[in-house]
Structures are given as structure tokens and as C-alpha cells.
Design a protein around this ligand. Structure first.
Ligand code: IPE
Ligand code: IPE
Ligand code: MG
Length: 255
């Protein structure tokens, strides 16, 4: 398990500022189908190869000291894909978890999931719950899988819970909504990466990305390696995050 001194040495070696590593990075892993098509293969070949990029991103997060990594793996809208592709993705999820969980555990990775998990096949739910359970006390990195997830689903669920709780509408605050989101307790991502050249957020973390920096890359997900992850963080470190304020204190409201 890396210590912060190890993170510092590693970041320096790749020209990253260890004091400005985002605590939470969220990724829309996109472009698997196109990657496979370019090779004359079925789409599922792209999904299988995308697992390598998940491994690389987890490794990069551990080495740099990113504390939360959220991966958009399957959206609510992805249920509308052909059954064969959906089935293949669900099978891949189960087999990958079975294969990888020991390695994740040995690296101190805590697995978490957000989304409407009840809609997943039973075998998936069982394997996810098992992996969540066996890694729940680990704290090097929280790996959050967004599965059968969409922001609109999440916000409708949060609203239902709030209405049932009988909260007084006149006393409603942003923090009450946050408490009922699937990401409750997880800090908002500072950096959101989307691969494959698409520039949209496709129903991902609408609330939580309110002030995130976006990094779009044309690299297709199965080609996304550790160096691409570091490039994204380097890009993030060049951004001037103002949060609506003026950073240049020489500007005053004179006269
Ligand atoms: C991302 O790759 C994986 C999932 C959405 C499950 P795609 O399957 O969307 O690949 P493209 O965008 O069609 O190339
Ligand atoms: C977003 O990718 C969802 C995931 C990466 C899981 P999509 O490929 O489904 O998104 P659109 O259809 O291009 O917006
Ligand atoms: Mg896509």
C-alpha cells in the first residue's frame, strides 16, 4: 500500500504536482464498440479489452494518490442495447469480479457500486455484494462502479425518499438532497474524463459534476492506459478553478 511519501515521489517522477491530485476522478469509459469494429471484431471484443484499461486506471489512481475512482460501466439507457450485448456485459462483469477481486483486495481497494442494482441479474448482484463485503474495510482507493446507473434515476429516487421523509419544503437544502444520492458520503469528482471523442455526459453524475473539470480525449477506452490517465490529471492541474469567485485579488469593486 502506498504512503503519501510514495505518492509524492511517484508524482514528481512523472511531472505531476502531488499537492494537486484530484481526490475523486470519474470516468465515462466509452468507445469499446468502435475499437472492436476497427479491428473487424464483434463489439464484445472491445468490452473484453476494456478491462485492461480499468486495471490501468486503478493502478494509476493508486500510484498518484487519487482516493476515489468512479467508473461508468453500464447506464440505465444501455438496457436498450441488443440482448446479446447486454448479456455479454453482465457475464463479463461477473467473471471480471471473480478474477480480479483478490488482486484488488491485496492493493487495498474497496469496491462500491451505485445504480439500480436490483435490475441486474441475480448472479451479478450476488458477486457484487460479495466483493463489496470482502473489501469494505479497505481504504487505499474506493473503486465505485456505476451500474444500471443514471443521474435522472438517482435524482428521482432521492426525491421519492425526501418526500417520504416528510421534510418541510421550506427547509430543504442542498445537503438534504446529497444525503439521498447514491454517492452519499463520497466527495464530488474534481475531474471527469470521457474517452472516445464524445463530448457529453450521458446522464452521469449530473449533480456531482456541478464544478468538475472535464477532460475529453479521442482515445478509445481499450487504448486508454496509465499515461493517458496522467495526461488527464496534468490537464486538470493546469485549470484555474474559480468556483464563481475572482482569483485575482487586484480586482476590487472600486467606486
Ligand atoms: C462503452 O463503450 C461501454 C459501455 C457503454 C457499456 P461502447 O459500447 O459505448 O462503445 P461505442 O461508443 O459504441 O464505441
Ligand atoms: C455512456 O456511454 C455510458 C457508459 C460508458 C456506461 P454510451 O455509449 O452509452 O453513451 P452515448 O449513447 O454515446 O451517449
Ligand atoms: Mg458509447
Amino acid at each position: 500500500m502506498s504512503t503519501s511519501a510514495e505518492h509524492r515521489v511517484f508524482c514528481e517522477s512523472i511531472d505531476l504536482d502531488s499537492k494537486r491530485i484530484p481526490k475523486h476522478v470519474a470516468i465515462i469509459m466509452d468507445g469499446n464498440g468502435r475499437w472492436a469494429k476497427e479491428r473487424g471484431e464483434e463489439r464484445v471484443f472491445g468490452h473484453i479489452n476494456g478491462i485492461n484499461s480499468v486495471r490501468s486506471s486503478v493502478e494509476a489512481a493508486l500510484l498518484t494518490g487519487v482516493r476515489y475512482l468512479t467508473l461508468y460501466a453500464f447506464s440505465t439507457e444501455n438496457w436498450s442495447r441488443p440482448k446479446e450485448e447486454v448479456d455479454a456485459l453482465m457475464d463479463l462483469l461477473v467473471s471480471t469480479l471473480i478474477k480480479e477481486v483478490e488482486d484488488l483486495e491485496s492493493k487495498g481497494v474497496r469496491l462500491r457500486a451505485i445504480g439500480d442494482l436490483t435490475t441486474l441479474p441475480k448472479a451479478c448482484q450476488d458477486q457484487i455484494n460479495k466483493s463489496i463485503q470482502s473489501t469494505k474495510n479497505l481504504d487505499a482507493l474506493d473503486l465505485v462502479l456505476a451500474l444500471s446507473y443514471s443521474s435522472k434515476w438517482e435524482l428521482v429516487e432521492a426525491t421519492k425518499q425526501l418526500m417520504k421523509s416528510g421534510v418541510n419544503p421550506d427547509e430543504l437544502e442542498a445537503s438534504h438532497i446529497e444525503q439521498h444520492l447514491a454517492t452519499s458520503g463520497i466527495p464530488d469528482p474534481e475531474l471527469m474524463i470521457r474517452t472516445s471523442g464524445e463530448r457529453r455526459i450521458s446522464n452521469f453524475l449530473l449533480w456531482q459534476l456541478a464544478y468538475a473539470e472535464f477532460h475529453f480525449t479521442s482515445v478509445l477506452w481499450p487504448d486508454f492506459g496509465q499515461d493517458n490517465f496522467y495526461d488527464a490529471v496534468r490537464d486538470y492541474q493546469k485549470r484555474n478553478r474559480r468556483f464563481g469567485r475572482l482569483l485575482d485579488t487586484t480586482h476590487t469593486m472600486s467606486k
